[in-house]
Design a protein around this ligand. Structure first.
Ligand code: FAD
Length: 353
């Protein structure tokens, strides 16, 4: 008989983020099938009340709250201690966490201390003969593995964007305060601030509805025989500002920087989508000035509706990779699109400086 523990770190305001609510929905669904009376929720953070209410509303039989100023920010020693304490208090056999960097970092250490096993990047969990079956991808999303484990406790992080987030009403919780032994040594690491890659942090938005991909065409010579990189930068940044889309790129475009060519200054290798890049998850995708070659489009596996703008009607996108291909000049299309978006938002598009 399984005892399922859902564990998450709260945001500074005490609530749960989207990926945590997605993992909560997945944990609840599994618990209803395999452990209806043994579904426990735990939250750790500087504040925990809003998250505890959400866990109570999700039907957790017990709600554990590790509330401690030391858990306000991610710190390995304190976070691992909180996870270990929650798993022990719940006597959990299966511990489910959202696949955030904070949870991934402490998963292995906590599993070791608990004498259990850890798995990351799981995309599905379901009851199966002889236990619970997990699904995850390997080798850049090419191989799907389904597996079970006999060892317990089994600690699992669930990849974001695979489940609809838990949204239902919160309930009045009666959280059990979880004593988390965090000694002085666990606090030697001090978080002094955040430093993210300059451009990537601003334009990579995993929660966006739209992925906008810029290809190398933006930097190529155009009809007048000259490249228009500055105009490309302005059009793309304006579109991202108005649409709140996430920015991706082809490998060719991000590599150009290393080759000393004129490039879009806000692109880094973090933006690269494809075989040797990222495989983001967004409901929609729009590629512009990108040829749509296979090593690029394998990264679009989890983009549901795909559109592309390319001058070439025989580009890779035309060969069954995009749902809609606009054979048009991306400079003209994006300028018009920005005008429409600005009008809708009641703003005037930014003038060329
Ligand atoms: C092992 C391996 C791994 C790889 N991994 C990746 C990967 O992870 N990600 C990735 O992206 N690539 C990857 N590649 C490279 C990939 O095969 C392609 O070469 C690359 O994606 C092409 O990039 P692109 O379409 O931006 O550029 P290009 O091939 O140069 O295409 C530019 C396009 O812009 C169009 N264009 C130009 N001007 C305009 C305009 N005004 N309006 C509209 N369209 C215009 C042109 O018609 C052209 O189709 C990999 C290759 C290999 C061999």
């Amino acid at each position: 008989m399984e005892t399922i523990l859902f564990f998450a770190f709260a945001k500074p305001d005490g609530s749960l983020g989207k990926s945590a609510r997605e993992a909560l929905a997945a944990a609840k669904e599994l618990a209803e099938k395999v452990a209806p009376n043994a579904f426990i929720g735990a939250v750790a953070g500087g504040k925990t009340d809003p998250a505890a209410s959400l866990l109570a509303g999700a039907g957790c039989a017990r709600v554990l709250a590790a509330e401690n100023p030391a858990l306000d920010q991610a710190r390995y020693a304190a976070d691992a201690a909180a996870l270990e304490a929650a798993a022990r208090a719940a006597e959990a056999t299966l511990v489910l966490l959202p696949g955030t960097s904070r949870a991934q970092r402490v998963l292995g250490g906590a599993a070791h201390r608990l004498g259990g096993r850890a798995d990351t990047h799981v995309t599905e969990l379901r009851p199966a003969e002889g236990g619970i079956e997990a699904t995850r991808w390997h080798y850049r999303q090419r191989i799907e593995a389904r597996f079970t484990r006999e060892q317990r406790p089994w600690l699992v992080t669930l990849d974001p964007s695979g489940f609809a987030p838990w949204e239902a009403a919160a309930a009045e919780p009666a959280p059990e305060k979880l004593a988390t032994p965090i000694d002085e040594n666990a606090l030697r690491t001090r978080v002094v601030g955040f430093k993210a890659p300059e451009s990537g942090a601003e334009t990579i938005r995993p929660d966006a509805n739209l992925l906008f991909v810029a290809g190398a065409g933006w930097t190529k010579k155009q009809a007048d025989g000259k490249p228009h990189v500055e105009e490309a930068e302005r059009l793309i940044l304006e579109f991202l500002r108005l649409s709140r889309a996430s920015l991706g790129s082809s490998k060719s475009l991000v590599d150009l920087a290393g080759e000393g060519e004129a490039v879009l200054s806000f692109l880094t290798h973090l933006h690269q989508v494809g075989q040797t890049g990222a495989t983001p998850r967004h409901p929609k995708g729009l590629a512009a000035c990108c040829h749509g070659e296979e090593p690029h489009t394998v990264g679009w596996r989890f983009i549901n509706e795909r559109r592309a703008i390319n001058l070439d009607p025989n580009c890779g996108w035309a060969r069954g990779k995009a749902d809609v291909l606009y054979v048009a000049d991306a400079f003209a299309v994006m300028a018009e699109l920005n005008k429409i978006l600005a009008e809708r938002a009641g703003q005037s598009p930014r003038q060329e400086s």
